[in-house]
Write a protein that binds this ligand. Structure first.
Ligand SMILES: [Zn+2]
Length: 312
């Protein structure tokens, strides 16, 4: 009994030493330029594949970046099966190169975790990995999929982020990276799934001023969109027909314009809560975000601070 308690004391002292060490003593996120503590917002977005954070938040992320806020887009898998013709390491590398180009356009940084596409599970190891990233980024805002999305990787990314939502504040969970003193606000990005409940945004952002940038960023992710991803075919982007290629790139742009327009139309009333009526009526493109119940719960003033896009 005595032995156990002294061992416990030793373990506690070690853990506390870990937890109290300065944040700067911990390794930065590999390959990422860690932002200074400059009072700007720190946003981390988790998508399942190297295209999801960009599709879900590309416009709002570019708006944040334009105002000097720090955005990190994380793909929880490496995208190594999401193509009709190719797979494995070469596809993962292609995906990485494409998102890097997209991130340069958006003005954000990115991380790709080396989990196989199509095989993500909500394991303890993955919960730890996401918890560490949220802490290392010292996030104010965390965004992910809802856990009732169509793709298992999307669902489990949503579950993993939910599982991390409280644990990021618990010092002795992953004591190698200091816990956050203040719980971030966790948001879900939008989707069209209705069961068990439809996506209901709490905040909605007009993208009209930034939409071209989002379309340019998605446009360079050729393996995902112009080539059609997992369900594409060689006909979509024929190598020997420049005219057809041009048409296909335009079609990809139009598909995404329709997508963002659909969100603006579906949540027009919500736009009216955030923008003056005459502006809300004219918004063409939008992204919406729903507050997850498990992190900090912001009021409207706090939401305006986190999404500083409504003042002229
Ligand atoms: Zn995906």
């Amino acid at each position: 009994m005595k032995h156990t308690s002294s061992r416990f004391r030793m373990f506690s002292a070690l853990s506390i030493a870990f937890a109290l060490a300065s944040h700067d003593a911990y390794p930065a996120i590999e390959g990422i330029k860690m932002p200074p503590n400059d009072g700007k917002l720190r946003i981390i977005v988790f998508g399942a594949h190297p295209d999801d954070p960009e599709i879900q938040t590309g416009g709002t992320s570019a708006l944040w970046a334009k105002k000097g806020h720090h955005v990190l887009l994380v793909s929880v898998t490496n995208g190594d099966i999401g193509h009709w013709r190719e797979a494995g390491g070469p596809l993962a590398i292609r995906r990485r190169n494409e998102v890097q180009k997209a991130h340069e356009i958006l003005g954000v940084q990115g991380v790709i975790l080396d989990n196989h596409d199509g095989e993500l599970l909500p394991t303890l190891e993955n919960r730890r990995a996401l918890t560490r990233l949220i802490r290392e980024w010292k996030a104010d805002i965390v965004i992910s999929h809802r856990p009732n999305d169509y793709h298992p990787d999307h669902r489990y990314t949503g579950v993993l982020v939910q599982d991390a939502a409280y644990m990021v504040t618990v010092p002795f969970f992953c004591p190698d990276v200091p816990a956050l003193k203040k719980n971030p606000v966790f948001f879900y990005s939008g989707d069209n799934f209705q069961k068990p409940n439809p996506f209901t945004p709490d905040v909605i952002i007009a993208l009209d001023s930034i939409m071209d940038k989002k379309l340019d960023a998605l446009g360079v992710m050729i393996s995902q969109f112009a080539e059609g991803g997992a369900n594409g075919s060689a006909d979509l982007l024929p190598a020997d027909d420049a005219g057809k290629q041009e048409k296909r790139h335009q079609q990809v742009r139009e598909n995404f314009m329709r997508r963002q327009q659909g969100i603006a139309d579906r949540f027009r009333a919500k736009l009216g809560e955030w923008y003056p009526a005459d502006e809300a009526a004219k918004v063409k493109f939008a992204e919406g975000f729903e507050i997850c119940e498990y992190g900090a719960r912001p009021n409207k003033d706090e939401l305006k601070r986190l999404f500083p896009f409504f003042e002229k």
